[in-house]
Design a protein around this ligand. Structure first.
Ligand SMILES: [Zn+2]
Length: 281
């Protein structure tokens, strides 16, 4: 029987910076939290400091990022959640002084560093573990995500980059063989340069710059990438963060093609709804 411990951080840690969509500055303070808390965001800048627990039910927007909460939202949570997933942390209180989490360098690496600085501690309880009896999938237009039974988490991500010289990228990330912190966390947010104007008109990407995003044009990358397949690695990062909203550990092999947050969240809901493995919840 596999027992997966609940974990939190040893001491508070703070990070500040602008949000990639709002372009406004925010500070977050990650605090240790007791067993069973889950990941809870607190709008510490508002009167009464409303709390939003990071669950699938709390998701209110999945366009180019994940927003939780309605009237008092917290935006772009996925890169912190990916770092939290990578560290195996399950209980955390995240005080946000602002509406959107700092984008920092566009990757999860600064959050991985922050959690390591805070220290990770095992707690008493165990985390629920979900797996599958057979395949499940979600589809939207030409994008799809399939999950099949497995004895640990593996993610194979296919990213078609049409009309660019980059072609199609494939990353196969297997938690039993690869290191999240070195191979996935440093990959940055990316986007097509020709879409930037439209995103800004839609009120998104107002804080995007070469300091926090990798732009892609018809000829390929517009600045040096950290990995030749950085966009596909970043999709794995986003998916790991989004899966945290299922509030369980999943042992499945996920194969995704051309997907994004909307399909990730739909798949997470399917996995969360699958019965826990007997005797381990
Ligand atoms: Zn991302």
């Amino acid at each position: 029987m596999i027992a997966i411990p609940q974990r939190t951080i040893r001491q508070p840690v703070t990070r500040s910076g602008i949000g990639i969509h709002t372009g406004t500055s925010a500070t977050i303070v990650c605090q240790p939290a007791p067993v069973g808390t889950g990941i809870v965001f607190v709008r510490a800048d508002l009167p009464a400091a409303p709390e939003i627990r990071a669950t699938l039910d709390a998701v209110s927007d999945t366009r180019r990022g994940v927003t939780l909460g309605g009237r008092t939202p917290v935006r772009t949570i996925e890169h912190l959640l990916a770092a939290v997933a990578g560290a195996g942390v399950s209980n955390l209180r995240v005080e946000v002084h602002g509406e959107e989490l700092p984008i920092l360098d566009g990757s999860a690496a600064p959050y991985v560093e922050a959690l390591a600085e805070a220290g990770i501690v095992d707690q008493g309880g165990q985390r629920p573990l979900h797996t599958l009896d057979g395949p499940v999938w979600v589809v939207k237009d030409t994008a799809w995500v399939l999950a099949v039974p497995a004895d640990h988490l593996r993610i194979t991500y296919v990213v078609p980059l049409p009309a660019t010289r980059l072609g199609t990228q494939v990353v196969d990330f297997d938690l039993s063989r690869h290191q999240f912190a070195d191979e996935i966390a440093p990959s940055r947010t990316w986007g097509f340069a020709h879409e930037l104007q439209a995103l800004r008109q839609a009120g998104l990407a107002r804080g995007a710059s070469a300091a926090n995003a990798l732009a892609i044009g018809p000829e390929g990358y517009l600045s040096p990438p950290r990995f030749p397949d950085e966009p596909a690695r970043h999709k794995v990062l986003d998916l790991l963060g989004d899966l945290m909203l299922a509030e369980c550990v999943v042992h499945v092999h996920i194969i995704a093609c051309g997907a994004g947050h909307t399909l990730h969240i739909e798949l997470a809901a399917r996995l969360a709804g699958s019965p826990p493995r007997a005797g381990e919840a």
